[in-house]
Design a protein around this ligand. Structure first.
Ligand SMILES: Nc1ncnc2c1ncn2[C@@H]1O[C@H](COP(=O)(O)OP(=O)(O)OP(=O)(O)O)[C@@H](O)[C@H]1O
Length: 284
């Protein structure tokens, strides 16, 4: 048995453990938000393993703790009110919940990168987009200005930004939503991270652009062999992109397994309801 929760006690576990060592392992994570009059137990004993090169989707309704879990990996939940109340997040033998800030800063962006629903949360509106992509390399790899610029142009080209030379000099507001998302992905991936955490990366986009960005993420993942932790409430996105899925409900993981297994034979009641509420799923 892996540290992923079994699908349900007594039910046959059809999804085997990942064949390789996990690149990232969340083990018994508890996250609380301590507010004035109450404490929200947002994440309750969550355990997840992410293998090299796989895409693990975390699904569940709004408020189920998906984002709080994802943000915990890089300790990005606002403290206060957030308190990491238990568990470990292991990356290359280190517990990310306790490594010093400086070391976490090195890991963030170079080994583990994040993309969000709203690119404006990671892009500075007052600075040229190319410079923002290039500075990841200057900061993490100590590249010269010219080398970082060349690598950033290459990264913009790789994520499908047309005319990278021109776009490099533009500000975020001069780009469409889809292009901004591509630039954010370029900035996340330019340091060649081993793990990408994508939190609702396509939710704010219209359907056609959503499709393009998903295709881009899948192709980059395959090309670079990253592991992807994909947070989404959209089961269609899961069906199209993920190898495995973890279903969250009220802060807990209620079911984990291969996407096809879970979607075709859900073991948990909540998963069944979630699937029933989704009109039509096309399984790969
Ligand atoms: N900064 C915060 N301060 C107070 N409570 C918070 C904070 N962030 C999250 N929470 C609470 O923690 C719980 C889990 O929230 P979280 O954002 O992780 O859910 P989610 O599954 O990602 O939902 P959504 O899909 O809407 O983003 C919710 O009850 C939420 O209100």
């Amino acid at each position: 048995m892996t540290s992923d929760q079994p699908r349900t006690a007594g039910a046959p576990v059809t999804a085997g453990p990942p064949t390789t060592e996990p690149v990232l392992e969340i083990d018994g994570l508890n996250v609380d938000f301590r507010l004035d009059t109450t404490t929200v137990h947002a994440v309750r004993g969550v355990s997840l393993r992410l293998a090299q090169g796989e895409t693990l989707a975390v699904v569940g309704e709004s408020g189920s703790g998906k984002t709080a879990t994802a943000l915990s990996v890089l300790r990005l939940n606002p403290q206060p009110p957030c308190v990491y109340a238990g568990g470990r997040i292991l990356f290359e033998g280190r517990d990310l919940l306790t490594v010093p800030d400086k070391e976490l800063g090195r890991i963030r962006g170079s080994d583990i990168a994040m993309v969000f629903q709203d690119p404006m949360t990671s892009l500075d509106p007052l600075r040229r987009v190319g410079v923002q992509v290039a500075e990841v390399l200057r900061h993490h790899q100590g590249l010269s200005r010219a080398a970082a610029r060349a690598a950033a142009l290459e990264a913009l080209d790789e994520v499908g930004v047309p005319d990278p030379e021109r776009r490099f000099r533009q500000y975020p507001h001069e780009l469409s939503g889809g292009l901004r998302q591509r630039v954010m992905i370029a900035g996340a991936l330019v340091g060649r991270p081993r793990v990408l955490i994508a939190d609702e990366p396509t939710t704010a986009l219209d359907v056609t652009v959503q499709r393009q960005i998903l295709d881009l993420l899948v192709s980059l993942q395959q090309r670079h062999g990253m592991a992807v932790l994909l947070i989404t409430h959209d089961l269609g996105v899961v069906a199209e992109t993920a190898d495995r899925v973890a279903v969250m409900h009220q802060g807990r993981v209620v079911e984990t397994g291969d996407v096809l297994d879970v979607f075709e034979r859900p073991a948990d009641d909540y998963t069944r309801r979630l699937l029933a509420a989704t009109p039509r799923l096309e399984l790969a």
